[in-house]
Design a protein around this ligand. Structure first.
Ligand SMILES: [Cu+2]
Length: 173
């Protein structure tokens, strides 16, 4: 029985060499892009995280709703806060509360937290995604650039009613 011919030391075929160059350059390019895009890409959410407690966050959200509620939608309060203010969105099994009514082109400090388990804030169809954790107040400065109605879906499995956890942000002109 003869061993198969050993050929690894033979010169690379032209095609093989070309593909190796392509693959290597691509790796180098992507490696450079990672830090570069962190600074120059426009996908980073300007956010700061603070410690809080579910009780404290619940109180802040309740006070926020009492102050700016304008309507009710599917038994959820609709809140229209003034521009440049702190706005609160509370995640809990299986609801996003309240419904936020914002103005296009105005800036808000969006607070996000959960009062039970981890949830995922996913704004659709914009595809803005943030983690929502109990005990942490996540503050993101946001400026809506389009008017219309946007859905907030939960993209972190939070048990049985997870698929029902849909909230809403309304952006007016
Ligand atoms: Cu969920």
């Amino acid at each position: 029985m003869l061993a198969p011919e050993r050929i690894w030391w033979k010169p690379l075929h032209r095609m093989e060499k070309s593909w190796l160059i392509v693959a290597f350059s691509w790796c180098v390019l992507l490696t450079i892009m990672m830090p570069l895009w962190f600074f120059y890409g426009r996908q980073n959410v300007p956010a700061t995280t603070f410690r809080t407690t579910p009780q404290k966050y619940q109180q802040q959200t309740t006070a926020f709703i009492e102050q700016y509620q304008v309507d009710t939608l599917n038994r959820l309060p609709v809140v229209a806060p003034p521009p440049d203010s702190d706005i609160y969105l509370l995640a809990r099994q299986w609801q996003w509360t309240p419904v936020l009514q914002l103005e296009k082109g105005k800036t808000y400090r969006l607070h996000l937290s959960s009062t039970d388990v981890q949830h995922g804030f996913s704004l659709q169809p914009v595809n803005l995604n943030l983690q929502v954790l109990p005990g942490y107040d996540y503050v993101a400065t946001i400026t809506p650039t389009q008017s219309g109605e946007f859905s907030i879906v939960c993209n972190e499995f939070c048990s049985i009613g997870h698929h029902l956890m849909v909230g809403k942000i309304i952006v007016t002109e």
